[in-house]
Structure formats: structure tokens, C-alpha cells
Design a protein around this ligand. Structure first.
Ligand SMILES: Cc1cc2nc3c(=O)[nH]c(=O)nc-3n(C[C@H](O)[C@H](O)[C@H](O)COP(=O)(O)OP(=O)(O)OC[C@H]3O[C@@H](n4cnc5c(N)ncnc54)[C@H](O)[C@@H]3O)c2cc1C
Length: 353
């Protein structure tokens, strides 16, 4: 039975610089929640959770409240992962009033590969069978895909006391990559993930290789879903490259009638275009990288900047692509003082990383 009783948890975080970390938390979470920040006290509020953070001498006192224990565990892990990410290489510790139990991370589910095929020459669709696909229908779209080393029995992650995920190491190390659940077949209990076969010179591409080489019966796992879904807006401007294409295609499918959408999508060439279908009104502009001038211009960012000139403030702006391109667009939108609640701007991959 699902427990919808209010649940609370307190924690103490000790970063190297308390003020700097609180600034970073507020700066980051403003795009995911309502943030009220004054005199060293911050409240972050989303539909699923409230997180109060107060500066107390050398530490941050944290209070998480949610509807039920399941959401509390998921929020703790989400927040703990963020805090350690913000701390980077600096000393950092995190303790909770109740340490996290040593169990599988929230949202962890085992899956079996059913099939894999090419949707276009460079986009490969992997079909996974799950015991329960209901968490993946609607709402949040993104998952972490966990692939164990070939020929070894999987060793899956457990939670650490501080709420972070404890990943298997050494010979049991997993390939972990973030993807989008492109669609769900509730009846067949299957989910579909579209994985780009991106050309990378002289470097390994474990996520892409998994999609290329997988065979039916291979055991993998998913963690999620998270990271948001279709924006609640009547007008949406989508833009991105192939890594964003599965998300854009899914949101177009999920958008109800009456929603007006414009999408600018950069792919290698015409063979990589996909049919985007839904009940809303959609205009798609495909950009072909293979047709760019030798200096690579004008490219996605140039085109998106130009298009944004005619995008009104009532339009939700959704952009995902390579990190540097995303930073450029983020700065561009900030210069125009657009409402950050009316945008989702995220980098999906990083050149050379
Ligand atoms: C929220 C989110 C959702 C995502 N959804 C999808 C999705 O549905 N489908 C999908 O294919 N990807 C998606 N991505 C992007 C995907 O996670 C990355 O492309 C990932 O790096 C691929 O892992 P890899 O092992 O193939 O390559 P890596 O080992 O990560 O990288 C190897 C090399 O390839 C380069 N590289 C990585 N990705 C790309 C790319 N897209 N184009 C060109 N070069 C690249 C890197 O710069 C590096 O040099 C998503 C990312 C995020 C954050």
C-alpha cells in the first residue's frame, strides 16, 4: 500500500564554504522549484517536496518534507547527489537524522533487453521489458541506464548512509548513461529508448556501443524516471540535437490538442529526420549538420538565437544539446531577462568527455 502520510527528515551538511554552497543550491534549483532565499535561509518547494535550508555557523541545517516515505527517500538521494556534485573536490560531509538503509536506490528497476533495431541509420531503438512500466508513463522522462560488464553477473548499487548511491567498483563497475524513455507499451510492459550512434574518434562510447551490440535477454537496470517532462504551456519552442530528439518527439506526442509547438532539430542529414506526430499544432525545422559550411556555421545555436527573436514571453523555451551550446543559449536567454520558470535549458552531452 502506498503511504501518503507526511514524512520529514533532517540533515546536516558541512561544506567548505557554507554561503557559497547555499548560493549554488538556490541558483540551480530555481529552474526546478520555487525558491525563496533571504538572510541565509532558503526554502525550495516543488510539487513533490519542500526543502528548508538554514545557515547555522559552519553548517547547513536541512529539513526535507514530502507526502510519504517513498518520496522522502527519493528526495534525499536526489538532494544528496546534488550537494556532493556542488562540493566537487572540496571537503564535504552529510548526515541525516535517520541514516539511509542499505537498499537499492529509489527508482531502481531491473530490465531485460527484448530487441534493438535502427530507427534511422544513426538512431538505434532498444526495447526493454520491465515488471512494472507504470512509473514511466507520462511525467518525468529521463532515466539512468545501468549496463553491467559483459559476461559478469550484475552487481547493482545500494544506498550509502548519507543517501548517495554506492556504485559497484572494479570488475563490477557499471556503464551508467542518461537517456530518455521515448515511449512505453503498457500492455506489453515494455519501454523504448532511442540511442544515438554518435561518431567519436579514438574514444570509447559505451552507451552507444551497448545499443549497437545488445542482444535479447541481456540484463540491465534503470533508475528513474526524473528530470521533468512535457512543460505545462500552450506555446512551446523546442530546440536541440539528436540527443534531445527522443525527448522532443515524446513531448510532441504527449502534448494535448490546442498546444502550439515549434521545433528546431539538428541532425546529421535528411536520413536522420523522424516523423514527429501528436495532437498539437507543430512546425518542425530540420538542420543538417552535413550541409554546414566548412567552418560549421551557421549551426544550431545561430539558428536558435535568430528564432528566439520572434518567440514571445508566453512561450516555454526548451533547449537541450551539447554543453557549450547550451551555455550560450542560457546566457542569451538571461540577457533577455526571460522568466526562468518558462524554460528548460539542459546540456545532454559534453564534447570530449
Ligand atoms: C537528461 C538527458 C537525456 C538524454 N537522452 C538521450 C537519448 O534519449 N538518446 C541519446 O542518444 N542520448 C541522450 N542523452 C545524451 C547521452 O546521455 C550522451 O550522449 C552520453 O554521453 C552517451 O554516452 P556514450 O557512452 O555513448 O558516450 P560517452 O562515453 O559519454 O562519450 C564518448 C565521446 O562521445 C562524445 N559524445 C557523447 N554524446 C554525444 C552526442 N550525442 N553526439 C556527439 N558526440 C557525443 C563525447 O563528447 C565523448 O567524446 C541524454 C542526456 C541527458 C542528460
Amino acid at each position: 500500500m502506498t503511504d501518503f502520510q507526511p514524512a520529514r527528515l533532517s540533515g546536516i551538511a558541512r561544506p567548505a564554504n557554507v554561503g557559497a554552497m547555499l548560493d549554488e543550491i538556490c541558483e540551480h534549483f530555481v529552474e526546478h522549484s520555487d525558491v525563496v532565499y533571504k538572510d541565509g535561509i532558503a526554502t525550495l518547494k516543488s510539487e513533490e517536496w519542500t526543502i528548508d535550508i538554514a545557515t547555522v555557523n559552519d553548517h547547513l541545517a536541512i529539513e526535507i518534507s514530502t507526502d510519504g516515505d517513498e518520496a522522502l527517500a527519493a528526495t534525499r538521494t536526489m538532494f544528496a547527489e546534488h550537494l556532493f556534485y556542488f562540493a566537487g573536490d572540496e571537503p564535504f560531509s552529510l548526515e541525516w537524522s535517520k541514516p539511509a538503509p542499505k537498499v537499492r536506490p529509489p527508482g531502481f528497476v531491473e530490465a531485460t533487453v527484448v530487441a534493438a533495431h535502427d530507427v534511422t541509420p544513426r538512431m538505434r531503438r532498444v526495447t526493454l521489458s520491465l515488471a512494472d512500466v507504470s512509473p514511466f508513463i507520462g511525467g518525468n522522462m529521463h532515466v539512468r541506464l545501468l549496463v553491467p560488464p559483459k559476461g559478469r553477473a550484475p552487481v547493482w548499487p545500494n544506498l550509502q548512509e548519507n543517501g548517495r548511491i554506492g556504485w559497484p567498483e572494479g570488475e563490477d563497475e557499471l556503464v551508467v548513461r542518461v537517456y530518455t524513455i521515448r515511449s512505453v507499451d503498457a500492455e506489453a510492459k515494455q519501454v523504448f529508448i532511442d540511442i544515438l550512434q554518435h561518431p567519436a574518434e579514438r574514444v570509447a562510447t559505451p552507451g552507444a556501443d551497448f545499443a549497437r551490440d545488445t542482444v535479447p535477454g541481456e540484463q540491465v537496470a534503470l533508475m528513474g524516471p526524473g528530470g521533468g517532462g512535457l512543460p505545462e504551456a500552450e506555446n512551446i519552442f523546442f530546440a536541440g540535437d539528436e540527443s534531445a530528439l527522443p525527448a522532443i518527439a515524446r513531448m510532441v506526442e504527449e502534448a494535448p490538442a490546442g498546444v502550439t509547438m515549434k521545433a528546431i532539430i539538428e541532425v546529421e542529414n535528411a536520413a536522420e529526420e523522424q516523423l514527429l506526430q501528436g495532437n498539437g499544432l507543430l512546425e518542425v525545422e530540420w538542420l543538417h549538420r552535413s550541409s554546414y559550411a566548412p567552418d560549421g556555421r551557421p549551426h544550431l545555436v545561430d539558428r536558435v538565437k535568430a528564432a528566439l527573436e520572434t518567440v514571445g514571453n508566453d512561450t516555454f523555451v526548451w533547449f537541450a544539446a551539447e554543453k557549450a551550446d547550451v551555455r550560450t543559449i542560457k546566457r542569451h536567454l538571461a540577457d533577455r531577462k526571460r522568466d526562468r520558470k518558462q524554460q528548460y535549458i539542459a546540456w545532454y552531452w559534453e564534447k570530449g568527455q
